[in-house]
Design a protein around this ligand. Structure first.
Ligand SMILES: [Zn+2]
Length: 476
């Protein structure tokens, strides 16, 4: 299944395409509005997670000022009767589109193809995703993060991990093939301003181990693939400071042609537990790959396709590398992964390894924002309780990212990243999709505004359909 990896790598580089149109300028910071949500049921997602019924939640200056405290004057009132308040959701594995150059850099021109930052962030916000972990980090993502911080764009908080890979220099990005280069790459990444590193599949053993070790010395956390070089000796990848595995598939690739049973799942879970390595199972990715290998109708008929940039819609449908490799054997293999990954979720849960929700959003067939709700449903289907699934997208990712003092729970003093739901997600996990409104850094976006943002996006994408074709990308 070497080509599957190659495809995923290709996706990381090639799906970050962009386009140009007028930016939406109404998205300015709206000052220091005070909000009160009255009579709401709060699901705080703290360790005890005791539900606070009929609560009054006050939001001031981007933060939660009080729960069941006094109501300030001049506050905007939101009626929370019969509604449920949860922390803003976190997607721990995304690839967000950003400006890009399909040609060659010139001394005065970096990107040549641009994408409206609001457009790429709207689907996150519409789905209550208020923090993302970008795992194909580039300098352009810093630019997006600044636009959000300035209030020009309504978007999620962004943690950003750039990739370090090995093997052929043409693999692109930072390529290292020995320990000394690996350590220098880590120091460079730190100097560039990143807090995280994504280790990739073609690293050799000494380079991978040197990256993880040097990252620890430099105070950076490492998320990664498990490089192919560890096949047959997976345990050697589990060195201190390897903090997070980015897909359950990283484990199943290590035993590609071997049996994949409960026993193997438990072995991997124990390796992770002993090394304090957490897991983002990323179940939705393989499900979506399987669907598009079987039929491109799975893409064509997607209700959410209209929110995807037209050049990507075109790529997913006319140049789909998964579908190109369709065969009954491939589908059987993907089915076996889907089954094994469910088994892994149970084994990791039983071993006490923290499980995080991440979707690989941005890759073919996986629509940013919407995909998080699919992942939550799949985690529950695999064996997590509804509460555990919510934990995987709230408090636990905040803890892993080391921003749990700022987000991840509904508590006084935390930033007001909140989702107000029409129904209780502890009873039915799909109720996370029933969004009445979202607080993004203290800014209230109700479902009317969400609908407007989404329909604007869909309209523009549809109008531009004939303007952006994947095969013409070199001309842009
Ligand atoms: Zn990814």
């Amino acid at each position: 299944m070497k080509y599957l990896k190659t495809l995923i790598l290709f996706a990381v580089f090639s799906f970050n395409v962009t386009a140009q149109h007028n930016s939406k300028s109404e998205n300015k910071q709206q000052g220091n509005a005070t909000y009160v949500i009255k009579n709401v049921n709060v699901i705080p997602m703290t360790k005890s997670n005791k539900i606070i019924e009929n609560a009054t939640v006050v939001i001031l200056d981007q933060k939660i000022l009080s729960i069941n405290g006094t109501i300030p004057n001049n506050a905007k009132i939101i009626d929370g009767t019969g509604k449920w308040l949860i922390p803003g959701l976190v997607d721990m594995h995304v690839h967000t589109n950003a400006d890009l150059n399909f040609r060659e850099n010139s001394p005065t021109q970096g990107a040549t193809f641009f994408m409206d930052t609001q457009d790429v962030m709207t689907t996150y916000i519409a789905n209550g995703v208020t923090t993302i972990f970008e795992l194909g980090g580039r300098v352009e993502h810093f630019g997006q993060r600044n636009e959000i911080a300035k209030g020009k764009v309504i978007g999620p908080r962004m943690a950003i991990a750039p990739m370090i890979n090995g093997g052929d220099p043409n693999n692109g990005g930072r390529i290292v093939n020995n320990a000394s280069d690996a350590r220098q790459a880590v120091r460079s990444v730190k100097a560039e301003g990143y807090n995280f590193i994504k280790a990739y599949s073609q690293l050799n053993i000494e380079s991978f181990q040197a990256i993880v070790d040097e990252a620890q010395k430099q105070g950076l956390k490492v998320v990664g693939h498990i490089p192919d070089a560890f096949k047959g000796q997976t345990e050697k990848a589990f060195v201190p400071n390897f903090g997070l595995v980015a897909h359950a598939e990283e484990f199943s690739k290590q035993i590609r042609n071997q049996a994949k049973t409960k026993k193997e799942a438990q072995y991997f879970a124990q390796l992770s537990k002993d090394n304090d390595t957490w897991l983002t199972p990323n179940l939705i990715a393989i499900v979506k790959i399987r669907d598009q290998v079987q039929s491109l109708d799975s893409i064509r008929l997607m209700e959410t396709l209209k929110y995807v940039h037209p050049i990507l819609q075109d790529k997913w449908l006319t140049s789909n590398n998964y579908h190109k490799h369709a065969s009954p054997e491939f589908i059987d293999y993907l089915d076996s992964l889907i089954t094994f990954h469910k088994e892994m979720v149970v084994a990791f849960k039983d071993a006490g390894v923290p499980i995080l929700a991440g979707t690989d959003a941005g890759v073919s067939g996986i629509v940013t924002g919407f995909s998080l709700h699919d992942e939550l449903a799949l985690l529950v289907d695999a064996g997590l309780t509804n509460e555990e699934a919510l934990m995987a997208a709230t408090r636990l990712p905040a803890t892993w990212l080391e921003i749990d003092d700022a987000i991840g729970t509904v508590e006084v003093g935390k930033f007001a990243d909140l989702v107000l739901l029409d129904a209780n997600p502890l009873i039915e996990i799909n109720n996370t999709r029933k969004i009445y409104g979202v607080f993004v850094n203290g800014r209230w976006i109700d479902n009317g505004k969400i609908e407007n943002m989404l329909s604007d996006l869909a309209k523009w994408n549809s109008e531009m359909k004939n303007k952006f074709k994947w095969k013409k990308r070199r001309e842009y």
